[in-house]
Design a protein around this ligand. Structure first.
Ligand code: CDP
Length: 788
């Protein structure tokens, strides 16, 4: 295969950049930073060293003296156009550039527009800003104490830092169940701030063409259509109407939820391009990405679990404090300010549950995005999997046996959870049994017992998670009022080749491959004859984008439904061509034949040609269809992971010896892609379990703001993942498929944490917050009297 010219390589298309390719100029098949346009200007951002401070003065004189610097843009400049604040996806407000004060370290303070990147950077360094520091609030618990400084002084009636209170479930029934319980366990669990670290940072090239009166933005976004609508709603008053805005999301180098929000840099670049009529490029650097873009997690959870004497679980009660930073910019469906956290009953048949979440403002960047997770599902899974393990240990029942006893059983599906979700299908015991057989669970327990007698610390951790992916249905799910459906449009050309466009946007998940496979399966057109396109709002049908593992459950289903519409029309044309009744035709992938006369048939290619050259009178020409698919329910993928660790009692280091992951995402479209998703997802689950954390000192200085101390695992730290699967189809998805992209990231941290606690339980250790660093374990061991 010639890698330079092979269409297959181009089709998979996320790492091959060919500068001689004309698509390069148009920004397709390449990255945002590769888009080069004549006369392009560059934007660099000045950022705040303070976490909370009044802006006394911004002096741009020295910056303007730097050769190549054209302008220094401040909040006051944007205020003239009412563009200094913008709405967040949760209907809160966020500064584009500040007018009065900054609210977190690394916040945008001003922007420098220059003729080159170098001039922009020099200009940004020369802007002099005078600050008057204000009291800083970092701890969300302190933020809610009476007398805490009120942070959102821009909100006239706001008298505290409380954003919202949200609760779900039957409080009375839950409290009663706790009152009657024979055994209860309670634990404080903190999931710290973490940040996605995609291969590419965020950025855009905004080009307002004054002749065409049209704005084109090449942009690192996971949801191009929604962004176009938001731009039109926010900037309609300065003349940006939706039909005059084109968002192109080319290869964006990974998203993981971090490329859903709108960041100030995008808005400033658009404003600068509209004002100058020149293309303006903004690309953030790695530290800006890590320090200032939206964060994930930061949930302070107190969980309680109740059980009968025999170990039957009865109730779950959770109170959570969510640190949102200075604005609630979470990318959650509108109805659910805590995302889908209320899937926290997990894989267990609990009869009662009640969840409360309170959001708080602090002097930190916006938080709450879903780091490879369907809206707070990782927080939910981590909590229930830790609590179930705690209860099993407390009752001295093997954690695997305990899970088997309490799982929702296959015959209970569709299963209505105590918190109102209707799980579509599952076989939790089947997945756990397969994981136990694969890893040799009984032998490992024997080995552990034997090692313990010699003082060696070995642990076995299980996580049997249930996810919830594929938002809609639109009756429950919207983002800023936009209903969550998704789309596919297919056009079959006269020669039988096809183009299919989608409202989703791949970030490396291989949609080009799997969507083509779905269409090939449904229509019998070879996958290589189908061009798949996403991410251009001028060509793709409207959709809500790719995050929360929704592409297969929603757009994948739309592909099947659109293909079936095409097939219905193809049947009519075939009947006409074969002079047979439609009911007398049988379909096998790729052709219709007359029943009982297999020689009399027409291929899909014959039919496509006839659709443009010889179609029945009275029928419209052409062979195309569009489906806007609104799923009747979410899909509930699940899995069982088992992790074996050895803990070094001298250094506190945790070594993952084995990790078996059995996933079930229903019918699998492409096994190699699914395996790749699980491998990547597991490494992204390992990361917060053992390494990644962003924290702040008491005056708001970020810790973990560069890769020197934000520890991304590399191949060196990553164990060998042993993967496998079971198949429990979704009964409502046209292909029986469920999403898979996030499962491993959601399920892995609890397996690792449970393994470490399992290794130390006999010493009296009940819980360790992630990331489980050597320092934390070493300290615990010393506290428990372990000397080496
Ligand atoms: O929304 P996102 O693409 O991130 O997640 P997904 O729907 O879980 O799909 C991730 C990749 O795995 C896509 O290329 C899917 O088509 C593929 N996949 C599959 O082959 N079979 C499944 N049952 C689920 C996903």
């Amino acid at each position: 295969m010639d890698l330079k010219t092979s269409p297959e390589v181009g089709g998979m298309g996320h790492s091959i950049r060919r500068k001689e390719d004309p698509r390069f100029i148009r920004g397709r098949g390449t990255y945002v930073d590769d888009v080069q346009l004549p006369g392009m200007l560059y934007l660099d951002i000045v950022r705040s060293p303070h976490a909370h401070a009044k802006i006394v003065k911004i002096d741009s004189a020295k910056a303007m003296a730097v050769p190549g610097v054209l302008a220094v843009i401040t909040g006051k400049d944007l205020e003239k156009y009412n563009l200094h604040w913008m709405p967040t996806l949760m209907s809160d407000t966020q500064m584009v550039l500040p007018v009065e004060k900054v609210m977190y370290q690394a916040q945008e303070v001003a922007a420098v527009l220059a003729t080159s990147r170098y001039a922009g950077a020099d200009g940004a360094a020369a802007v002099e800003v005078e600050y008057d520091p204000l009291p800083v609030v970092i701890d969300p618990k302190k933020a809610l104490e009476p007398g805490a400084p009120v942070l959102r002084t821009d909100k006239k009636d706001k008298k505290d830092n409380h954003i919202w209170h949200w609760e779900w479930g039957d409080k009375g029934a839950t409290d009663r169940a706790f009152g009657e319980a024979a055994v209860t366990v309670k634990e404080d669990i903190y999931l710290p701030r973490i940040h996605v670290a995609s291969i590419e940072t965020c950025g855009c090239v905004a080009h307002f063409d004054k002749v065409m009166d049209k704005l084109t933005v090449w942009m690192t976004t996971q949801a191009p259509h929604a962004i176009r609508t938001v731009f039109a709603l926010v900037a309609g008053h300065v003349g940006l109407a939706e039909h005059k805005i084109r968002i192109i999301s080319p290869d964006i180098g990974g998203g993981f939820g971090g490329k859903v929000p709108v960041y100030p840099g995008y808005v400033i670049a658009v404003a600068a391009s509209v004002l100058t009529g020149k293309p303006v490029k903004w690309i953030e650097d790695r530290m800006e990405n890590l320090q200032a873009d939206s964060f994930a997690r930061d949930y302070h959870i107190t969980a309680e679990l109740a059980a009968k004497k025999d170990g039957t679980l009865t109730a779950l009660r959770i109170k959570t404090l969510a640190d949102h930073g200075y604005t609630d910019a979470a990318a959650n469906p509108s109805k659910f300010p805590a995302g889908l956290f209320h899937v926290c009953t997990g894989s267990y048949d609990l009869k009662a549950a009640h969840v409360e979440v309170d959001g708080a403002y602090t002097n930190k960047p916006p938080g709450g995005i879903a780091y490879r997770c369907s809206f707070r599902v990782t927080e939910a899974v981590h909590t229930i999997e830790r609590m179930v393990d705690l209860m099993a240990h407390q009752l001295n029942i093997d954690p695997a046996e305990f899970r088997m006893k309490n799982f929702v059983k296959p015959e209970q599906f569709p299963y209505k959870s105590a918190l109102g979700w209707e799980y579509d299908s599952g076989n939790y015991g089947g997945a756990l049994k397969k994981a136990m057989d694969t890893i040799g669970y009984a032998d490992l327990r024997r080995e552990q017992a034997e090692k313990r007698t010699r003082g060696q610390l070995m642990g076995i951790g299980i996580s049997s998670f249930t996810e919830i992916v594929g938002a809609g249905p639109s009756k429950h799910f919207d983002i800023l009022g936009l209903k969550m459906f998704d789309s596919c449009e297919i056009r079959v050309h006269p020669t039988g080749k096809a183009i299919a466009r989608f409202g989703t946007k791949s970030q490396g998940q291989g949609h080009e491959t799997t969507y083509a496979q779905i269409l090939a399966e449904e229509l019998g057109i070879p996958a290589k004859d189908i061009q798949v396109e996403e991410g251009d709002t001028d060509t793709a049908p409207y959709g809500l984008g790719t995050y929360a593992s929704r592409s297969t459950p929603v757009a994948g289903a739309a592909a099947a439904m659109a293909a079936r519409k095409v097939r219905d029309k193809a049947r009519k044309i075939a009947a006409y061509l074969l002079e047979a009744a439609e009911d007398d035709l049988v379909w096998e992938p790729g052709k219709f034949s007359v029943k009982g006369a297999p020689g009399k048939s027409k291929t899909i290619q014959d039919i496509a040609f006839a659709a443009y050259t010889n179609h029945p009178q009275g029928m419209e020409a052409g062979l195309e269809a569009v489906s806007y698919y609104d799923p009747p329910n979410l899909t509930y993928p699940f899995g069982s992971y088992i992790c074996v660790v050895d803990v070094d009692s001298g250094t506190g280091e945790v070594k993952i010896r084995r990790f078996v992951a059995i996933d079930d995402c229903g019918n699998i479209i492409n096994p190699m892609i699914v395996q790749g998703q699980v491998h990547g997802g597991l490494t992204m689950g390992l990361a917060p379990a053992l390494f990644e954390e962003i924290s702040y000192d008491e005056i708001g200085n970020i810790r973990g703001g560069s890769f020197i101390d934000y520890l991304l695992p590399t191949a060196m730290e990553t164990p060998k993942w042993e993967t496998g699967h079971t198949v429990t189809p979704s009964p409502h998805h046209p292909l029986g498929a469920k999403g898979v992209g996030e499962s491993a990231t959601v399920g892995a941290p609890a397996a690792i944490a449970n393994a470490v606690v399992d290794a130390l339980w006999h010493l009296g250790v009940r819980h360790i917050d992630i990331p489980i660093t050597p320092a934390k374990v070493w300290k615990l061991l010393r506290e428990k009297g372990v000397t080496e």
